[in-house]
Design a protein around this ligand. Structure first.
Ligand SMILES: [Zn+2]
Ligand SMILES: [Zn+2]
Length: 368
């Protein structure tokens, strides 16, 4: 008995493959053939032409996971640019071959925080990973919110800086840097360097605190007026204050390291009434101490900035395109996709290139 089952045709399963980096866990990334991601309705598949290494990826590689962004085994990498290679049903306004860059997430536009105009705090923030691959398929939501066309003169690798810069652009808005301000930027990694550049462009004087001489030289190139090499000064807080008017402390402090002890230094060094942006994310379950009088009697504002919004993603692309942020200066080395595991090993072992550009279409260089 029973109803006759309708004959159902299985959707054709493509056995097309692509090369991609897969993160399997702590310090374990493998480049291997994986299924080519299909393109569903509303989606767009991009042939990746440049993917950039990032401090967050290095952190994920070292720890083996990222609570919000990536749980292994998973495709890896989140800063990329390329050209549209396939377009899903119902997608309009884009064409095959179009040069594009995308951010790594999109908000839902429906939840409590999205309705409050805080998309970065979206309760259903959709992350994409898989930039270290020949292709990536962008979900419908991302195509709608955070896919942008590349200006003609911009290279793929320069454009791929959009994602981290979009976070920094938001940090700038939150920190309210004014012309004539003295800003202490703690950290001379990619984030600290981008803050240094944008603060300088905003007419502020920047004191950059960092460790590696190579990075501090780059900070000067980005416009830092003073640099403070950690390890060569006894007291970082005092050294920064010594560089400010009558030792009062900086008007703005931006922490771009992500360590509780540096958060504490940031809070300690600011002048009265300062804004302190604790931008660097610390390891989970850590705490930092705050002298209560700093908040009450000294009226300092302590805040954090996490992630970007569609507005700051667009602003970031403009800042790269108009040369305000010289993206090329951040890309210090280049490698092929096959080189990726060796690139991450080298980054773990002291290679301090700000960014390594991975070209998934290139042949292995053999030099890594
Ligand atoms: Zn990143
Ligand atoms: Zn939402």
């Amino acid at each position: 008995m029973g109803r006759e089952q309708p004959v159902r045709e299985e959707p054709p399963v493509s056995d097309a493959k692509m090369e991609a980096a897969v993160l399997y866990g702590k310090e374990n990334v493998v480049v291997e053939a994986v299924p080519l991601p299909p393109v569903g309705p509303g989606e767009v598949r991009v042939r990746i032409r440049a993917a950039l290494t990032c401090g967050t990826d290095l952190k994920v590689y070292r720890r083996g996971y990222h609570a919000r962004m990536i749980v292994p085994p998973a495709l890896f990498g989140h800063e990329f640019a390329g050209e549209i290679e396939a377009i899903g049903e119902g997608v309009t306004g884009w064409h095959i071959g179009q040069r594009v860059v995308a951010a790594n997430s999109a908000a839902c536009e429906k939840c409590f925080y999205c309705r409050k105009g805080l998309p970065e705090l979206c309760e259903d923030l959709l992350f994409v990973n898989g930039a270290y691959a020949e292709y990536i398929t962008l979900p419908k939501r991302l195509v709608k919110a955070n896919l942008l066309t590349l200006p003609e003169k911009l290279s793929y690798e320069e454009a791929a800086l959009v994602e981290p810069l979009a976070c920094v652009v938001r940090g700038m808005l939150e920190t309210d840097v004014q012309p004539g301000d003295t800003v202490a930027v703690l950290g001379a990694g990619q984030i600290g360097l981008m803050f240094t550049r944008l603060c300088t462009a905003a007419g502020a004087r920047v004191i950059c605190v960092g460790r590696r001489p190579q990075r501090l030289r780059l900070a000067q190139k980005m416009g830092a007026d003073a640099i403070i090499p950690i390890g060569q000064v006894e007291d970082v807080v005092q050294s920064v204050r010594d560089q400010t008017e009558e030792g009062r402390g900086p008007d703005r402090v931006i922490e771009a390291v992500g360590l509780p002890e540096v958060w504490e230094q940031a809070i300690a060094m600011a002048r009265k009434g300062a804004v302190i942006n604790l931008f660097g994310g610390c390891p989970a379950n850590t705490t930092a101490r705050v002298d209560t009088s700093r908040i009450h009697y000294d009226e300092v504002t302590i805040k954090g900035t996490f992630h970007h919004t569609p507005q700051t993603v667009r602003a970031a692309l403009d800042l790269i395109a108009d040369g305000t942020v010289p993206a090329g200066e951040f890309i210090e080395q280049r490698a092929s996709l096959a080189d990726l595991p060796a690139v991450f090993r080298s980054l773990l072992n002291g290679n301090c290139a700000v960014k390594v550009a991975i070209d998934p279409q290139a042949d292995p260089t053999g030099k890594w």
